[in-house]
Every structure is written in structure tokens, then in C-alpha cells.
Design a protein around this ligand. Structure first.
Ligand code: ZN
Length: 248
């Protein structure tokens, strides 16, 4: 078959416009869950960054407390040794006791120095944790806003698809040539665009090109295209062709 004769080329094009709109909406709708997941992932990454800083802060705070505890323990030990040293009988034992006190003092100093240094580290780690926390709060706001927008768009798309399907239905009801419509639907359901508008050159000798497969049509087919009330069927790809001027 070289062509499909129908007076309803304009109507069929209007139906195809609705189908195209539905297809675009459905494609966008299909991407929304992925986009939402991406927002969740971004937030989860930010939370992980904050968690790392939070854990680091807790770890250094623990080390600092341990150092203070250690200094306290040494202090208690020194006191104990001092009391013991008062009841030591011989010189040898007394010397040993003093050495133990010295050693405990040294350990106490070390622990105190360490505890002080760790205070600086805590300050630094706390600042980092605060900064990450602020980022996290902002990221949560951003995430909620983005997901809100996506939810809204999803609702819009669903209603647009619904409305356009209604429009298509009422256009389809206007079609008299059901065979043409059924044939159109059959091709469209395979996910293909059916009808293509061909740009008409001013020169009638010039051959038209099929916009679907880019094949140059023969003189015969180019001539057919200029006739009203028909779709020329591209012999190469089967697309339904009509001139832009006739279609509008
Ligand atoms: Zn073609």
C-alpha cells in the first residue's frame, strides 16, 4: 500500500500530539522515584560525614576523660605511698618508696599534660562536628524541599496524563474512519511514532525526504504527498507522511 486515504489527517495528527504528550509525561514520571532516591542518597552521605565527626569527637572526649582519670589514680597512689612511707622502718625500703612516688608523679604529670592537649583536640573536633551538623541540617531541608517538589510534579504529571488521555478519547470518538485509527493504534502501541510531517519545498521537482528514516522519496511518492486527504506510506520505514501545509 502506497498511501492511506482519509479526510481526517488533521484529527489523526491531533490524536498523535496527545499520545506524544502522554509518552513524555510517562517518561518523566518514570524518572521520579530515581530522583527521589538520589536525594535520599545525598542526604545519607551527608549524615555519614557528620557521623564520622561525631564519633571522632566522642572518641577524643573519652580519651580525655581517661587521661584525667589516670591523673586522679596517680594522685591517689602518691597519697597512699606517702602514708606508707611514714611507716617504713629501714632506709632501703624508704628509698624504694620515694622512687615509687617519683614514678607516680611522673605518670601523673604525663596524664595531666595529655588531658590538656586532648582538651584542644576536643575543641577542634567539636567545631568540626558543629560545622557538619549545620551542613546536615541544611541538607535535610534541601532534601525535603526537593522531595516535596518531586511529589508535586508527580501529581501534576499523573493529572496531565489523565487529562490528555481524556482528550485523546474524545478525539478518537470523532474519528469516522475506525480502520485508520485502529491501524494507527497498532503501530503506536509498538512505541513508534506513526505520522510525520514533511516540509514542502517550493520547487515541485524536488524530491521529499522521509523525516523518519531520512530516505529520499521517489518523484512518484513526492507527487502523491501533494495530494490532499491521504497519508503517504514511506516505502522504506512505513511511516505515515503528510505535508506540513496540508496537515495544518
Ligand atoms: Zn521512512
Amino acid at each position: 500500500m502506497e498511501y492511506i486515504g482519509t479526510t481526517e489527517t488533521g484529527l489523526m495528527l491531533s490524536i498523535q500530539e496527545r499520545d506524544y504528550k502522554i509518552q513524555l509525561c510517562q517518561a518523566e514520571l518514570a524518572l521520579i522515584p530515581k530522583k527521589m532516591q538520589a536525594e535520599e542518597d545525598k542526604y545519607a552521605k551527608s549524615e555519614k560525614e557528620w557521623r564520622k565527626c561525631y564519633d571522632a569527637l566522642k572518641a577524643v572526649q573519652l580519651r580525655q576523660r581517661e587521661a584525667e582519670l589516670k591523673a586522679g589514680e596517680m594522685d591517689t597512689a602518691i597519697e597512699k605511698y606517702q602514708i606508707q612511707s611514714q611507716s617504713v622502718k629501714d632506709n632501703e625500703s624508704y628509698k624504694a618508696m620515694l622512687a615509687q612516688i617519683d614514678y607516680a608523679r611522673q605518670k601523673k604529670d604525663e596524664a595531666e599534660t595529655n588531658a590538656l592537649m586532648l582538651l584542644d583536640e576536643i575543641e577542634h573536633a567539636a567545631k568540626e562536628e558543629q560545622a557538619e551538623k549545620q551542613k546536615l541540617v541544611q541538607h535535610e531541608k534541601d532534601k525535603n524541599a526537593a522531595i516535596g517538589t518531586l511529589e508535586k510534579r508527580k501529581a501534576e504529571l499523573i493529572s496531565m496524563i489523565d487529562n490528555t488521555q481524556q482528550e485523546k478519547l474524545s478525539l478518537a470518538e470523532q474519528v469516522h474512519d475506525k480502520a485508520v485509527f485502529d491501524r494507527y493504534e497498532e503501530i503506536r502501541k509498538k512505541g513508534k511514532r506513526v505520522i510525520f510531517k514533511v516540509h514542502d519545498s517550493a520547487n515541485p521537482a524536488e524530491k521529499a525526504i522521509c523525516p523518519s528514516c531520512n530516505m529520499m522519496l521517489t518523484q512518484h511518492f513526492s507527487g502523491l504527498l501533494r495530494k490532499p486527504d491521504l497519508f503517504v506510506i514511506c516505502p522504506e520505514c512505513g511511516a505515515w507522511l503528510c505535508l506540513e501545509e496540508i496537515a495544518s
